[in-house]
Design a protein around this ligand. Structure first.
Ligand code: SF4
Length: 398
């Protein structure tokens, strides 16, 4: 790796140069650190090209959907934290949260593991259903939604963590997968991976004798000796236990493993099936009857996208690329009833009828950049790429 090439600006939807066209810039650097967050589009290519995941379990992901609310003073409990799992996710695993913050605001959200089997499942609609639970709804009545957002999480843990170094570059934080699934926390671990990289590169850049190989070896030693590796080691079976044993048995295993055995066991559990492979044909499952949103506690996709402050320049190439444009209609529709219509929380993918024929429509301007389509498409046919600079959701308080 010798740096990055930024994208061209001012390219029209038909790929021709507009009058404001500015070619991309080549930024060269002795080392480039990639910290794009979960399912980074460059990170994905680096993992593939440098075979960083060789010998590891496949990575696992979840989709998090969150809203920020302004609630009435009598319903606000500053400092209240609610965590839970189970309902409404009967066909998937995951959990929910509600955090009461300052200024009569609270955040409510649902995390849905993306290894679910039922293609009728819609994480967005599960979240709308969740908010009707009396435990949460009683805080939301008379309230007002302020913001909406969605984002994938990388949660495979140590078993799925790729090598984080390659000649001239490092892959850090959730781009690699340093989140601790057992603690449901990833900021402290992502920061630590960045600090280890900074220490390593300070040595390399101040000593011309240190080459790329020595730099990689230094980072790997520092990572092995760090509390980050120790923490991930202790929880490396947490996610595989839930995936393989289910929430009850897996939950019991995790409780014993963490609280009684201190995360020390002479063996580790693994989940070696990628999330997209788990999806099963639609005719093996029943359709999930989601209620219509009531406009008080639950809402539709489009009004939610509006609250994500999403803005994309209309005249630009579609940033959601299909490797094979035939797959949505030729295989995803007959087999899975095209699940992109449901796993995308922003209503980007639609099957519409034109002249009596089904047509796969991509409403790219709605995209909130969650990356679920890049992860969950059963044929791995959708590639998320960055739209023109600055386009996308704007999450000021999320
Ligand atoms: S198009 Fe893909 S990345 Fe964009 S919101 Fe939908 S699922 Fe997320």
């Amino acid at each position: 790796m010798c740096g990055v090439l930024t994208g061209d600006l001012g390219v029209a939807a038909d790929w021709t140069a507009k009058t404001n066209h500015v070619p991309g810039m080549e930024l060269r650097a002795p080392y480039t650190l990639f910290a794009e967050g979960s399912r980074g589009h460059i990170g994905k290519e680096l993992i593939d090209r440098f075979k960083l995941d060789e010998g590891r379990d496949p990575q696992h992901y979840a989709l998090g959907i969150k809203e920020l609310w302004q609630v009435s003073p009598e319903r606000h409990r500053p400092g209240l934290v609610i965590h839970g799992s189970g309902w409404p996710l009967t066909d998937a695993q995951g959990g929910f949260f509600m955090y009461h913050g300052d200024n009569q605001q609270l955040a409510v959200g649902l995390i849905v593991d993306l290894n679910y089997r039922n293609p009728w499942l819609s994480p967005f609609d599960e979240f709308q259903r969740l908010k009707h639970h009396p435990l949460l709804a009683r805080y939301l009545y008379d309230g007002k939604r302020l913001a909406f957002g969605a984002r994938a999480l990388t949660k495979g843990g140590l078993n799925s963590l790729p090598r984080m170094t390659m000649p001239g570059a490092m892959l850090l934080g959730c781009n690699a997968g340093t989140l601790n699934g057992g603690k449901i926390k990833g900021i402290h671990t992502a920061m630590k991976s960045g600090m280890l990289a900074a220490d390593t590169l300070f040595n390399s850049l101040t000593d011309p004798q240190i080459n790329h190989q020595a730099t990689q070896a230094h980072f790997n030693r520092a990572f092995k000796a760090s509390w980050l590796r120790k923490e991930l080691e202790q929880s490396k079976s947490f996610i595989p236990a839930l995936h393989k044993l289910g929430p009850w048995l897996g939950g019991a295993f995790n409780y014993l493993h963490h609280n009684w055995l201190g995360g020390k066991l002479p063996f580790a559990l693994h989940d070696r099936t990628p999330d997209h492979v788990r999806l099963e044909p639609a005719d093996r499952h029943s359709k999930i009857p989601y209620a219509r949103p009531d406009g008080v506690v639950s809402f539709d996709r489009l009004s939610s996208v509006y609250l994500a402050n999403t803005s994309h320049h209309e005249d630009q190439p579609c940033h959601l690329r299909l490797a094979d444009p035939q797959i949505p209609l030729q295989s995803n529709l007959p087999l899975y009833q095209e699940p992109a219509q449901r796993y995308c929380p922003a209503g980007v993918y639609e099957i519409v009828t034109q002249a009596g024929e089904p047509h796969f429509q991509i409403n790219a301007a709605n995209c909130v950049h969650c990356k679920a389509c890049d992860i969950k498409d059963p044929a791995q046919n959708i590639r998320w790429t960055p739209p023109e600079g600055g386009s996308g959701p704007n999450y000021p308080n999320m």
